[in-house]
Write a protein that binds this ligand. Structure first.
Ligand code: NI
Length: 168
């Protein structure tokens, strides 16, 4: 397994739209394992392949306190949604920024798992928010894109400064 580099906002590659996975093979399973390792090490509760510069429709998630409930979604699709909820969201690609974003409170999602089998999952609250946040990454959308332009400009300025410091 290996730790992958996470792209940081405003890297334009975060705006790539991810392609559907056509074959779940050993190579993809290695990517999934590396994504879990990278997510746990960060630490974060969710990661999309787009964030490690692989524009594929693959997401890893674990919202459990014990970090013992890994969920991998390949080619996820939302089948149903209801209600609204707003939680303070953060993102491994936008360090240090936490903002409220409106999301559906409950969703039903279908996806393929690590073995390539189709399954459905119902989620609410934090898990539902996390899945929607990660699925936005697949469309090249970040949570900061929901904020006002003024707020986004401030975040972009701060992020650019941080990125410069990090590369010194
Ligand atoms: Ni994110």
């Amino acid at each position: 397994m290996a730790l992958l580099d996470i792209l940081h906002y405003p890297d334009p590659r975060l705006y790539n739209k991810a392609k559907a996975v056509e074959r779940i093979d050993e190579k993809l399973r290695t990517l999934i394992d590396d994504m879990f390792e990278t997510m746990y090490a960060a630490p974060g509760i969710g990661l999309a392949a787009v964030q490690v510069n692989l524009p594929l429709r693959v997401i890893t998630i674990d919202v459990s306190e014990e970090r013992s409930d890994p969920l991998c979604l390949v080619n996820p699709e939302i089948l149903a949604r209801r209600g609204t909820v707003e939680l303070e969201e953060g993102c491994l690609s936008v360090p240090g920024v936490y903002e409220m974003v409106p999301r559906s409170e409950w969703i039903r999602v279908k996806a393929l798992n690590r073995e390539g089998d189709a399954f459905e999952v119902e989620a609410n609250d934090l898990l539902a928010v996390c899945i929607q946040h990660e699925m936005d990454h697949l469309e090249g959308k970040l949570f900061v894109d929901y904020l006002s332009q003024l707020k986004r400009q401030r975040i972009r300025k701060k992020a650019t400064k941080l990125n410069k410091q990090a590369t010194l």
